[in-house]
Design a protein around this ligand. Structure first.
Ligand code: BES
Ligand code: ZN
Length: 462
């Protein structure tokens, strides 16, 4: 029996204990956006550092101006292959609306379906505690079984990913040398479907902005003032409506600069994935594609930029009716970016547009939120081929090279600040309801995810 086979066997035998440890982590309420859970975030960081140290990666909790980082290293001279930096995040999204959960989000449950398949239900079951623990458990199995790891490994765990990673850039700047390795391994993305593993080779970027529009000096009676006094909610709605034309294209000047057409080989690869728009939209109670006309569903999701209103409020929204003209209107708007779109230029164009639409006697306040470029991995990178070989061996199906509509800002920072490429392997499914009530992770994802990383570590050493 090869070393790897023994490691895989140990993973199978110890699955229950691996689950127990994941459940311990899932019980910690590490919601990074809500100051009330600051202590829980630290508890999660301490738990991770303790766990990593116990399995043989000496790790410590490092303070930042926000939630702490966890950093660890296990390095020996003369190891083959790249020295990798594994990245994951121990923070989770808030749980609201809590009434839609079938159980306490921080009391993880195994739910068995009629067909016998099982899922882990809890906040963070997938994003990102379940995912990051697949790697940790693979490392544990390697060290326990063989006394060592095939390659040198460092670990960086973050506690602010779900709140825009404010401390990350200063931390990378201050610890460049320590963190700059040959390759980053990131476990925060999805599989193609429940049987088909995937490596994400494109990530969309993000530009967010909160808008406050102030009009009259106070809320007004719409009978006394309506008609004569301009309504901030109307002005804001007009601004937002004007951002997209009838073909679903964004109207900001220069917005499409740097948006690249998909290379033919990628187009073909994606066509062969057999994506069904009907099924995808059917799963969320919809029928018609909402993005740019003339673009396929996958293109709209992975390779085209968007503009979304994430929230819009103002005036009276309570029970009953109040005939009011509000003094203020608010919105949170974000753009997903692709190709070489420049987040700075897009923000500038957006600001200029909003200013041009602001009436002279109104006041416009803008609060930027995040700004990251899209990313495209090098398709010919040796690590990509090795990762693919390892996944293909575990799942008996070729690993798909997919896009990711979401954003993982750290991947850009790794490239820019540390000159380090990333390999994005994750075992989540689109239907895992990350960020939503009843978030889940397939037990199969967790189990085979651990086995997959065990294989990737060996493959990278070759
Ligand atoms: N794990 C997600 C990224 C992701 C989303 C992967 C969808 C696969 C499918 C990550 O935690 C996330 O939610 N990122 C945010 C980033 C933002 C807060 C800067 C996102 O994409 O909205
Ligand atoms: Zn995540």
């Amino acid at each position: 029996m090869s070393k790897l086979d023994k490691v895989l066997e140990r993973i199978d035998q110890n699955l229950d204990q691996s689950l127990d440890r994941l459940f311990e982590l899932l019980r910690i309420k590490s919601i990074s956006t809500d100051p009330e859970y600051k202590g829980d975030c630290r508890t999660a960081a301490e738990w991770m550092a303790r766990e990593l140290t116990a399995i043989g990666i000496p790790s410590e909790v490092r303070d930042t101006t926000g939630h702490p980082m966890v950093v660890g290293h296990r390095v020996a001279d003369g190891k083959p292959g790249p020295h990798v930096l594994f990245y994951g995040h121990y923070d989770v999204q808030p749980v609201d609306p809590i009434e839609l959960w079938n159980a306490d989000p921080f009391d993880p449950q195994i739910v068995t379906r009629e067909d016998g398949s099982k899922m882990i239900v809890a906040r963070g079951a997938n994003d990102d505690k379940g995912q990051l623990m697949t790697f940790v458990e693979a490392v544990r199995a390697w060290i326990e079984e063989s006394g060592d790891l095939p390659i040198n490994i460092s670990v960086l765990l973050e506690g602010e990913e779900e709140s825009g990673s404010p401390s990350l850039q200063p931390f990378l700047d201050a610890n460049k040398e320590e963190l700059s390795k040959d390759l980053a391994l990131v476990c925060d993305t999805s599989m193609w479907d429940k049987d088909t593993p995937a490596i994400s080779v494109m990530l969309r970027g993000l530009v967010g902005e909160e808008i406050t529009l102030k009009g009259p000096s106070k809320d007004l009676h719409s009978g006394m003032y309506g008609g004569a006094a301009r309504n901030p909610l109307h002005v804001l709605s007009d601004m937002i409506a004007g951002l997209r034309d009838e073909n679903g294209r964004i109207t900001l000047p220069g917005f499409y600069d740097g948006v690249l057409e998909l290379p033919e080989d990628v187009k073909e690869m994606w066509q062969n994935l057999g994506f069904s728009t009907e099924e995808f939209l059917g799963g969320i109670g919809l029928k018609d594609l909402g993005g740019e006309k003339g673009r396929s569903g996958l293109e709209q999701l992975w390779a085209r930029p968007t503009c979304e209103v994430n929230g819009m409020w103002g005036g009276y929204t309570g029970a009953g009716f109040k005939t009011v003209i509000p003094a203020e209107a608010h919105a949170k708007v974000s753009f997903r970016l692709v190709g070489d779109q420049d987040p700075g230029k897009i923000r500038e164009a957006f600001h200029a547009y909003l200013k041009s639409k602001t009436p002279a006697d109104f006041e416009l306040e803008l609060h930027p939120h995040g700004g990251d470029r899209a990313l495209r991995m090098d398709f010919d990178a040796p690590a990509l081929a090795k990762g693919r070989a390892a996944l293909t061996a575990e799942w008996d199906k070729p690993a798909a090279l997919v896009g990711c509509g979401g954003s993982i800002p750290i991947v850009g920072s790794f490239k820019r600040t540390l000159d380090m490429d990333s390999l994005l392997i994750g075992f989540g499914l689109d239907e895992d309801q990350i960020h939503s009530p009843n978030e889940k992770y397939e037990l199969k994802s967790f189990h085979k995810g651990i086995r997959s990383w065990a294989r990737v570590l060996e493959e990278l050493a070759k």
